[in-house]
Design a protein around this ligand. Structure first.
Ligand SMILES: NC(=O)c1ccc[n+]([C@@H]2O[C@H](COP(=O)([O-])OP(=O)(O)OC[C@H]3O[C@@H](n4cnc5c(N)ncnc54)[C@H](OP(=O)(O)O)[C@@H]3O)[C@@H](O)[C@H]2O)c1
Length: 259
């Protein structure tokens, strides 16, 4: 097959969790532009509607499902809806996650620890188990987990180490499931982004404006990532182009981990 054709996703259906904003929205756009039917999820109905309108105006085939994935029971309910009401998911992008806390370990409440683990890890387990299991009989699937460079490196400025721990666990979950499901034609890979200018980071910059420059100068390329720069890598992992890659955690960080 000609090389560019290997990136086409015609006839495939993709779920991008957290696809209404930030990195998720750009990955949804990339997969949609390659021909996939895309379902985006989010917790906020207005944000979902706005994203569907935006992507729809670009002639992309996008629908949405609403669920708060920080709650395991909501992740289960979303899987029930998807498995019952939608035809099979071929490509699962587990993108929802975040820090939402900057509390030092010595002050971190147990319930907050569990909340971050549920947001970054437990719901990925649930979606992988339920939607990935449905890929097994079809003997084809792509699972892409969005980890972080903080899976390998504790951030210097930010606290709340539950984030680093959950993303490191997500990287290992990626490898373990990749090994188990390789025989079923399902690849499982992760992307470990460095700092990207999304709403999540704009919030931290809003609280401490010097953060924006500090981060930029800590990156060899001298700038933050642009959300659209994750789209091509997600498309590679979602398509036939990556047919011999599984269990990889690909760093996308402008060289941040080099220093
Ligand atoms: N941005 C970075 O620099 C960076 C770096 C490394 C790793 N990452 C990882 O990349 C992923 C995306 O980050 P981002 O910066 O793009 O985040 P973002 O701008 O905050 O976007 C988050 C997306 O997830 C949805 N979302 C958030 N909480 C949710 C919840 N509880 N239930 C369901 N949906 C929820 C949001 O929709 P609603 O608000 O409508 O719910 C939105 O669509 C995360 O896993 C993050 O850890 C990001």
């Amino acid at each position: 097959m000609p090389v560019l054709d290997q990136f086409r996703l015609d006839g495939k259906r993709a779920l991008v969790t957290g696809g209404s904003r930030g990195l998720g929205l750009e990955m949804a756009r990339a997969l949609g532009e390659a021909g996939a039917q895309v379902i985006i999820s989010g917790s906020n109905a207005d944000n979902l509607q706005k994203a569907c309108t935006e992507l729809g105006s670009e002639d992309l085939h996008v629908t949405s499902v609403q669920a708060d994935l920080s709650r395991p029971e909501e992740a289960e309910r979303m899987c029930d809806v998807l498995l019952k009401e939608h035809p099979p998911i071929d490509i699962l992008v587990n993108n929802v996650g975040g820090r939402r806390l900057n509390t030092p370990t010595e002050d971190l409440a147990l319930e907050d620890w569990h909340r971050i683990m549920d947001l970054n890890l437990t719901q990925v387990f649930i979606l992988t188990k339920r939607l990935g299991a449905a890929m097994i009989p079809r003997q084809w699937g792509r699972i892409i987990n969005i980890a972080s460079i903080n899976a390998f490196w504790p951030g210097k400025v930010m606290r709340g180490r539950s984030y680093e721990t959950s993303k490191a666990a997500l990287a290992m979950f990626t490898k373990a499931v990749a090994a188990d499901w390789a025989m079923h034609g399902i690849t499982v890979n992760a992307i470990a982004p460095g700092p990207f200018l999304t709403d999540a980071n704009r919030r931290w910059i809003g609280e401490r404006p010097e953060f924006e420059g500090e981060v930029a100068t800590s990156i060899p390329m001298g700038r933050w990532g642009r959300p659209g720069e994750i789209g091509p890598l997600a498309l590679y992992l979602a398509s036939e182009a990556s047919s011999f890659m599984t269990g990889s955690v690909l760093v996308l960080d402008g060289g941040k981990l080099l220093w």
